[in-house]
Design a protein around this ligand. Sequence first.
Ligand code: SF4
Ligand code: SF4
Ligand code: SF4
Length: 586
Amino acid sequence: MEQLLTVKFNGVVEVQVPKGTTILEAARKAGITIPTLCYLKDINAIGACRICVVEVQGARGLCAACVYPIDRDNTEVFTHTPKVVAYRKKTLELLLSDHNCSCLSCVRSGNCELQELCKEYGVTNQDAFAGAKNPSEIDESAAHMVRDNSKCILCRRCVAACEKFQGIGVIGANNRGFKTNIGSAFEMDLADTACVCCGQCIAVCPVGALYEKSNIDDIFKAIADPDKYVVVQTAPAVRAGLAEEFGKPIGTNAQGKMVAALRRLGFDKVFDTNFGADLTIMEEASEFLDRVQNGGKLPLITSCSPGWVKFCEHYYPEFTENLSSCKSPQQMQGAITKSYFAEKMGIDPKKIVSVSVMPCTAKKFEIGRDDQCGAGLPDMDYTMTTRELARMIKRAGIRWDDLPEEDFDHPLGSGTGAAVIFGATGGVMEAALRSAVEWLTGETLPRPDFVDVRGVEGIKEATYHVAGMDVNICVASGLANVRKVLDMVKSGEKNYHFIEFMACPGGCVNGGGQPQVHASVRNFVDIRALRAKVLYDLDEANTIRKSHENPDIIELYDKYLGKPGSHKAHELLHTTYVKRVVHKKF
Ligand code: SF4
Ligand code: SF4
Ligand code: SF4
């Protein structure tokens, strides 16, 4: 039986925890939050920032709670003695001594872990340790993000996310001592590395040192231009995160208010990327059947996640032929907007400005890829993250709480339950199976649920017996897990027919463009599961749960595309890949 030890906090609260539990975790159980900056559960327990120090009876000096394991019964811990508080305050003052304190205009102001701690600890003098500052340059080279080291606190959370979640490691610490800075190896520009633009480093950064490249000024300008017809589409996962930016609990469904806000921002049409997701399933499920029936390259691997696609091109170029030739739902929707929709509405496609709201920063790279101009024009003009949309809403003075719930516009605003689950790991696979199985068997599924592929585990697999054949499938999210799967496929240890990969751990609900959640919450709450539940609830509530039953998709094929995989569908909805180089890692 597991050995339980008693820990007493502040001479009052006792909890029992398994041997080896850290003081930080035990304190949480006792209802006490110990502040942290560098600690990130599972990936960055380095005890470096010293903000989490506490007094432990019998121990010499102050102890870092994030790495101090409880190993004896009746351990007494004091979490906020005057000594502890003074130490934390001094640590914050030291951090500010080499910090560009431009809170007034900082992208993280109001949601910055450093700013919040300074307020909590009454740090009023940012020049308490005034002196020379470490010189730094802003790296704006990449398509998706900016690094401003004048605000970096050297916590290394970004480094851990890149290395441990994503198995990539294109960023790390350069130089030593006072000159230490975080960046790419040999101080290269990020754009020159094999960064895949996933934005997981941004998602975990506690301060304003990393942020997405923003297009919101351009989008406001386009909306104000009477000669432009500005269309917006929103990805499934955005509705599962956006409300957090307005103080709502993680796991709030923002769909109706989000649509109302976009309309009030002045977009001419508010469409749903769920339509593009249903279209993706039509093309991808038929591509899968075609490869199975006609001896094509297997396993077929999904191509919706641009971070994963770039990863494949850099690190596993031998698998680019396995990638589905389908564009992502965003790009398909963009191509259809500037072709079918433009023709249907009698609008000159050159006047259309196509904007997307995505949980993803890699989309900013994707829209500039080659072979993403289905209608002879770029499929997409601008893409913004969930966070940027929140900024637009706030800048426009739109009061979130007063917004009504509204519906998307048609015809590109209709989506099925299959489409909305694209935002969670396993969702694309489940959606594809709902259509592929019915097409293969010619029978209607009694229930369209494939629960084996649900849940936040990094790697899931299942075998389904369909029309006389065993179909082996695999789902993985987080590129470190993707690496493991690809290595097993390469070595012959695993034999799959169909694989879904998502770059971000847990899928798009946890994308690099989603609201940033402070470590004090994300270390203890599974934000991936809470946000995914929003999508599965929407799926369950939808009367149409299979992509091939979406009436607007059926009409699109009847009137315009012909059938999945047709010449026209290929022209508009499919793409090609390239092989990219990898630079030396740290
Ligand atoms: S990173 Fe935080 S403390 Fe620094 S300027 Fe931005 S909001 Fe202020
Ligand atoms: S965007 Fe992704 S790959 Fe690039 S540095 Fe950040 S975590 Fe690493
Ligand atoms: S960029 Fe952000 S996450 Fe990375 S070390 Fe600096 S403060 Fe920490």
